[in-house]
Write a protein that binds this ligand. Structure first.
Ligand SMILES: NC(=O)c1ccc[n+]([C@@H]2O[C@H](COP(=O)([O-])OP(=O)(O)OC[C@H]3O[C@@H](n4cnc5c(N)ncnc54)[C@H](OP(=O)(O)O)[C@@H]3O)[C@@H](O)[C@H]2O)c1
Length: 241
């Protein structure tokens, strides 16, 4: 059996592409999801990858969820923090609930999930943690103070955790995708996409989830052993850092 990989938010969009790519590469994969049973059932039926339901913004739920995955598959060696949400609105209209939901799901989930696996990775002297941040955590985006704060926070968290664990064979990296054709982006009005998003992408198109999955696959691999604390951008040239 290959290494055990756990992908949060792995039943749809980018996470589903990541989980499928990891499985095809020989990993023993589990995914997590929040509550869309139909998508989870369909995903597992199509891939034979088991899906586990829990809320990544809830520390106790992450503790129980990871324990369940490890009881069934073995210790998690690759963690992909992918689950994320948006609640877009200008700050002057943002509610505390919209702020908190995005910070909890995107950023606090990193603590909630990494905390469950990091001790085991240190004991075994191996681990790969890859987090899916966003171009908007790098450049900012009007209407997304909550999301940009969370996504920029993921990058800082990654760099600190990478330093703490570099001598333990554990790498911790972030990927910043640009606009990728998933339900999250398809939820934007077509007019906004056509007028305000596509013209800003030098590649002239949205990215494909598989293009992000290949980045994760590389950072998760044994070959990427000297890459830690890095931020890999995959955005069709939209923002260069
Ligand atoms: N799409 C883009 O253009 C883009 C660009 C840059 C970065 N990203 C980032 O990439 C990641 C994936 O985005 P996506 O577009 O693939 O999203 P998506 O299609 O909306 O899928 C989101 C996945 O996350 C799960 N999820 C949401 N909240 C959760 C929670 N509290 N606990 C557990 N699972 C939860 C969902 O589960 P359910 O199905 O059960 O709801 C679903 O599996 C996110 O972190 C996003 O911020 C996306």
């Amino acid at each position: 059996m290959g290494r055990v990989a756990l992908v949060t938010g792995g039943t749809r969009g980018i996470g589903a592409a990541v989980a499928t790519a990891l499985k095809a590469a020989g990993y023993s994969v589990a995914v997590n999801y929040a509550g869309n049973e139909e998508a989870a059932t369909q995903f597992t039926a199509g891939t034979a990858i088991p899906a586990f339901k829990w809320d990544v913004s809830d520390f106790a739920a992450c503790h129980a969820g990871v324990a369940d995955v490890e009881a069934k598959l073995g210790p998690v060696e690759v963690l992909v923090n992918n689950a994320g949400i948006t609640r877009d609105v200008m700050l002057h209209k943002m509610t505390p609930e919209q702020w908190t939901a995005v910070i909890n799901t995107n950023l606090n989930s990193m603590f909630n999930m990494c905390r469950q696996v990091i001790e085991g990775m240190r004991e075994r002297n191996f681990g790969r943690i890859v987090t899916v941040s966003s171009i908007n955590g790098q450049k900012g985006q009007a209407g997304q103070t909550n999301y940009c704060a969370a996504k920029a926070g993921e990058i800082g968290f990654t760099k600190a955790l990478a330093q703490e664990n570099a001598r333990k064979g554990i790498t911790v990296n972030t990927i910043c995708p640009g606009y990728i054709a998933t339900e999250m982006v398809k939820a934007m009005p077509q007019e906004v996409l056509d007028k305000h998003v596509l013209p800003l992408i030098p590649a002239g198109r949205l990215g494909d989830p598989d293009e992000v999955a290949r980045c994760v696959l590389f950072l998760a691999s044994d070959q990427a052993s000297f890459i830690t604390g890095s931020t890999l951008t995959a955005n069709g040239g939209q923002y260069m850092v």
